[in-house]
Design a binder for this molecule. Sequence first.
Ligand code: QV4
Ligand code: CA
Length: 511
Amino acid sequence: MRLFLLLSILWVCWAQYNPHTRNGQTSIVHLFEWRWDDIALECERYLAPNGYGGVQVSPPNENVVINNPSRPWWERYQPISYKICTRSGNEDAFKDMVKRCNDVGVNIYVDAVVNHMCGNGVSAGTSSTCGSYFNPGTRDFPAVPYSGWDFNDGKCKTSSGDIENYNDVNQVRDCRLSGLLDLAMEKDYVRSTVADYLNHLISMGVAGFRIDASKHMWPGDMKAFLDKLNNLSTNWFPEGSRPFIFQEVIDLGGEPIKSSDYFGNGRVTEFKFGAKLGTVIRKWNGEKMAYLKNWGEGWSFMPSERALVFVDNHDNQRGHGDGGASILTFWDARLYKMAVGFMLAHPYGFTRVMSSFRWPRYFENGKDVNDWVGPPNDNGVIKRVTINADTTCGNGWVCEHRWRQIRNMVIFRNVANGQNFTNWWDNGSNQVAFGRGNRGFIVFNNDDWALSTTLQTGLPAGTYCDVISGDKSDNHCTGIEIYVGSDGLAYFSISNTAEDPFIAIHMDAKL
Ligand code: QV4
Ligand code: CA
């Protein structure tokens, strides 16, 4: 009895860190700005068959409509109400998406923008995605409802009312982030209103939340509304399942607010991961892949079971937020695939793959002046995601999650799930290799000369298909074949001019 009690306590404690992926899948994908009807289709036709465990969707609640600049992607981070009503679709479309994705074992995680409402400078009116009236000047959001009582104006001590100094923890929480009207999260009315919004989503079958701008809320205030959340719907999840929580906190060091302040509420985004990996793969500042031998907590990242990790996100792929120039994105395709491949092969953290839209990047004085450009659209209506004969996406959608190298490494991570980091090898420079127990092995050549060596893979003898240069199909390899001997040794040759200078093999790609 005592053991059962202990186990049930542990399970509950583990709960909000658990993504509840249905078949041990180990990654989610951020389908940034996609329409709900397209996400439903993608769950059924691509994500479920290829082992993706879930989708992070863009904020589903009503947001301000900004026409100058013309419909920027970031208008969705300026809430007007909690009505499920945006350019991605209405509540019926959202419900249909959640049901169809859940039915094929792909979870939905919602980007919850609950620290604030719209910008202080926005004009009053009904310029909103569902036509709700709002008046930022008087703090009036009748479609929620919120009024002047529900904002932090009186509490913020800065002259502008905005956050002016990130070294003052009170400002960071109680003042406006970039002018965004800051909600008084210590009030029970606000906590309950936020919880009602999230519970409405949970009742439809949502599995958890990305909590936007968590750094700008007191951890205790967040716990107060998170504790009001219901368990997940038993239509798809076991009785007693708690919502999966991952909090957006940008902590690259140097500020008083730390990721660890938020560990009690759920997982936290580890921004050091993408910033450092980008620096290593770009070989900046004398960094080299040989230093990745102790990647993870060894690089002073947060504990693996608290970390939500990614190479890039919707902010830093376009210079928003922090992380800087080292961040690798789809614009740097060859290096990006190596970084995402490394992330998915390594056991650290719970992994999120970015899936973007293309925009007309245009740099002036080192800044992309088109960083605001919103999703592909026809007069404001978000374009459908078309699928080409070669399985790539059209209409301006990048679909990194469909790139063979990335899709196959999501599968690699599932095949290697639970296996230890083993058999590390490096050449002291940028040629490295490592295994995942007896289930997977990966080799990188990021040096300016060829890699040609025999390595201990830890794998059973046999012929394996490299899942980077091709696939295993009808029991033959469309790309490179690797022969593992009875001693686990295999010969690898990787040219430094290869299209993708890395090789990955695993037990589900064995002939
Ligand atoms: C401007 C001025 C303000 C002024 C205000 C007056 O900068 O000083 O007070 O006008 O109204 C947009 C504009 C921004 C404008 C603001 C309106 O870019 O210039 O302020 O609207 O107030 C996204 C974008 C922001 C955008 C915001 C709201 O990145 O550019 O601001 O949406 O539309 C920190 C945080 C971190 C945050 C990151 C970007 O710690 O939490 O900055 N990341 C999350 C989201 C991000 C989103 C927000 C938070 C806000 O990932 O996408 O910001 O919800 O690091
Ligand atoms: Ca705040």
